[in-house]
Design a protein around this ligand. Sequence first.
Ligand code: NOJ
Length: 536
Amino acid sequence: MKEVFMEKVWWKDAIGYQIYIRSFKDSNDDGIGDLKGINQKLDYIKSVGADFIWICPFYDSPMDDNGYDVRDYYKVAQEYGKMADLKKLIKDAHDKSIRVVVDLVLNHTSDENIWFVKSEKKIEPFTDFYVWKDGKMVDGKMCPPNNWISFFSGPAWKYSEKRKQYYLKIFSNKMPDINYESETAFAEMEKVIDYFGELGVDGFRVDAIAHIGKDLTFADAKNLKKTYKSFSNLPNTHAYLKRFNKTFSKNNLVTMGELGGDPSKKDLIKYTTENELDMIFSFEQMSVFKKDHTINRKALIKTLKYKESLSSKNGWSVLFWLNHDYPRLISRIRGEQDNKNAQICLASLMYMLKGTPMVYNGEEIGMENYPFKSPADFKDVNAKMIFDNAEDIDAEFNKLKETTRDHSRTVMQWDSTKNAGFSAGKPWTYVNSNYKKVNVEKAQKAKDSILNNYSRLLAVRKEYGEALCNAKYKFFNKGGYMGYKVTCDGYTLEVIANLSKAERVLDLQGAEVLYSNMPKADSLKVYQTVVLKRSL
Ligand code: NOJ
């Protein structure tokens, strides 16, 4: 039985580690992280507790959106290495029992992709590969086909002088959306999936997958603030995915789908229960962070319950606190008196749930936000587009200095040497000036570091991972003293975090303390978290 489980769904009791390749480790000192750099750090990744890695896009790209704008799927971006480096990374990772999941961008490509170049010139069979529409004449002026707005701000359409039509682009101007009503589009992307399957990757994190189906009536959005509803979680997305799923399954590839655009619970469950995706990435947990940088305790327990419910029946959810699109976790809760232990509490509450934990590189050492000083400091195309369309630059800056994606993309802090040990060359982005205090080398040496807490916690998670898959969860919250009791076969696990204002006495009779972030567990200090085991 166990063998079938491990063979068929290795990912249910696995732990993932996400790598933002550009900022992770630079092996050739050009200031940009690369595939060989990741290879050098496999032992470290393993020591954190990971069983698989998710690598952000490394494909050939003009890097308008750091690789999410793919020019050529069959080539590695020159700054990240060569296909041979990817093959070696897959082999070396597998030798160390680390599986490899890569990013698959199905919703759009770069406007420099040959498919787009041909589509713009109406060269068959690529004419309808993207979403093209005529503009509307309004008061003698050419305007976009409808009022849809891009996730990155401004209109979701861009005019092509060559084709005299607009193309849809729900992200940046250089990222045209693919039209899956086109058989050629499907066939080309299926070839990409087969190619990486044959290369030996274990699966995909499927980017922006909630948006591949559009409202094909192209009617104006009624509520402008929710225009994304016109291209999010629509029935055709589910239909397209059912087709892609056949290619994923044929290659035995696991899929984790990024599901933005405010999906309903019904939608989320549909994705993983109706032969579409294996795992879902959804974002309810972002409601936990308050404007004053503290944790909303009520929202937290609600989120935990919700996440767990997504992994019932045959559905499955990824458990995470941040990724490369969000600010750093420890900074988001910096209003807490002890934000280091508060982060550890959040980690134990999230990563012991039913689902697959995913740690974002740098989270495990408590990397912090970067102190951006002016609009010119941002590197991210999203920030640039916000300023291009802004009426009040100062107001946008004040928001962005907290929320920018650039925070989570500063270089990984390995040690106290130049550029935090990321590169001997000039890094493409910022190095947080706290790197002499916050780095892997230091964290490894300090017993009570976030890193050592993560590896101890994740070791427990690993040991009980399989049991958690089928366990029953019961949640409680008494004024911030919160957590859940998990009933397994013959024993219970209790995951408790004290996020209340007072110390709490804990009955340890008959309990084994599997994990605690503080030395004694007989009474729980504020910001203390434990995992207990009791026989039934
Ligand atoms: C989601 C990715 O995580 C983000 O970084 C990217 O900008 C968009 N999808 C578009 O690909």
